[in-house]
Write a protein of this length. Structure first.
Length: 106
């Protein structure tokens, strides 16, 4: 699993029938700043994920990748590699809050 921020969406009018009705998002993974450990920083990569929770632009989400992405009841029959499995409310590192949904500017 990894943390990521929703940075966009993907529209595909032609796709497998099993994918019809499934929202596709572009997410950028985030990690704890290795120097200061007091904030989250982007990794510079991006992924397309299936969103079964209704995440919005700018939200920090929890993503599951690989074959595990198909273990949820909502995704078990889908040909996917990554799925949003949580909307992150807060992240604490070494006893300090480095992200809070209430203060999404961090």
């Amino acid at each position: 699993m990894f943390m990521a921020r929703v940075v966009g969406s993907v529209v595909a009018t032609q796709k497998l029938a099993s994918m019809t009705g499934h929202k596709l998002l572009v997410v950028e993974p985030y990690r704890v700043d290795e120097k200061t450990r007091d904030r989250l920083v982007p990794t510079g990569r991006s992924f397309v994920v299936v969103d079964v929770l209704g995440a919005g632009l700018g939200e920090l989400v929890l993503v599951c990748q690989g074959s595990s992405a198909r273990l949820a009841p909502e995704t078990e029959k889908l040909p996917i590699d990554a799925v949003v499995i949580g909307l992150i409310d807060a992240v604490d590192v070494e006893g300090a809050e480095v992200f809070s949904r209430r203060d999404a500017s961090r």
